[in-house]
Design a protein around this ligand. Structure first.
Ligand SMILES: [Zn+2]
Length: 321
């Protein structure tokens, strides 16, 4: 009960950030980059073991953007010219230009590498079909629904391959869901294609957006666990769950804010965990940071994860007393 985990991404060490820039400019070959990605993955696995996190992640040291990473490996996508996102940030957005497919498994090789380094379960990490569709341009499928359902089949194949390789936990991130609540039914339908009949424990992570709009349908998401950011919203989401009676799924409880440099104190996380235990049963709760930690420094990320584990252990001890 009260197992600890991470949402997915962990920060890249400086040597890897530099190497990725060099590789983009053609100054470093793929093999040399790969070796550094493996080194960073090994370091993060060891750190998570030392911190005593129960369900660990590979830290996505070899990934950039969570949608572009899959679009790069899936067939049917190409990349746009630079488009403007928030403020003055520019990025390349995937474009669907043909039938979406998969030449070979995208995440299985890295998952096997990471799982080979530890006896703790390593989560398989996928981006959900709705988010891939919503964060891409569609120039091929007749509708957003058609595009989403086609992508769902490909993500499904990926999930099956992860399960076959031995993944006990498969997380399918859908952060776009909460920004377009009017399409929540489509996201639910697509996620159902991905998770149907899987034996692995399935998780979806959702962040940003308007939880009042999507909240009433959260229980319909076809996964075993729903992972949400609680810390960044002052645990106000607990009131939402309290009002609605017993929630039928496991909950990933984000207890540290990934957008803040401030390291939470163990005591405040303990207090918030106890608040959550008034709403959820201990066996229902997985404790983690609000979201991926990739925007923090490696030191900040490690400190925040340490607080997650220390607070959880303190609460577990009280529960068992
Ligand atoms: Zn997130």
């Amino acid at each position: 009960m009260l197992l600890t985990t991470s949402v997915g991404s962990l920060p890249k060490p400086d040597y890897l950030t530099k190497a990725r820039t060099q590789a983009r400019k053609g100054e470093l070959d793929a093999k040399a980059l790969r070796e550094l990605e493996e080194r960073a993955t090994r370091e993060w696995i060891r750190t998570q073991e030392e911190l005593d996190i129960d369900i660990i992640v590979d830290g996505e040291q070899y990934r950039g953007d969570m949608v572009a990473y899959f679009a790069e490996y899936f067939s049917g996508f190409k990349t746009s010219e630079l488009v403007r996102s928030y403020g003055n940030r520019y990025y390349r957005k995937p474009i669907i230009v043909g039938k979406v497919g998969r030449r070979k498994p995208v995440t299985v090789e890295w998952w096997k590498f990471a799982q080979g380094l530890t006896t703790r379960p390593v989560k398989g990490m996928l981006t959900g079909p709705y988010t891939i569709m919503d964060w891409s341009f569609n120039e091929y499928y007749p509708s957003r629904r058609a595009a989403t359902l086609a992508i769902a089949q490909v993500v499904r194949d990926e999930a099956e391959d992860l399960e076959r390789a031995g993944a006990q936990y498969i997380q399918i991130d859908e952060p776009a869901i909460s920004t377009r609540p009017e399409e929540m039914d489509l996201a639910i339908e697509a996620l159902g294609i991905v998770t149907k009949g899987l034996r692995a424990e399935t998780i979806t992570h959702i962040c940003y957006g308007d939880f009042n709009a999507i909240g009433p349908k959260l229980h319909k998401l076809p996964v075993d666990q729903i992972d949400l950011e609680f810390a960044n919203r002052n645990f106000e989401l607990l009131d939402f769950f309290k009002k609605r009676g017993r929630f039928p799924k496991a909950v990933g409880l984000g207890v540290v804010d990934v957008h803040s440099h401030r390291i939470e104190s163990t005591d405040e996380v303990i207090a918030n965990l106890k608040k959550a235990l008034k709403v959820f049963k201990p066996e229902q709760i997985y404790v983690d940071p609000d979201c991926g930690l990739k925007t923090r420094t490696p030191e900040e990320a490690t400190q925040k994860l340490r607080v997650v584990v220390e607070a959880t252990k303190a609460v577990r001890e009280e529960l068992f007393d």
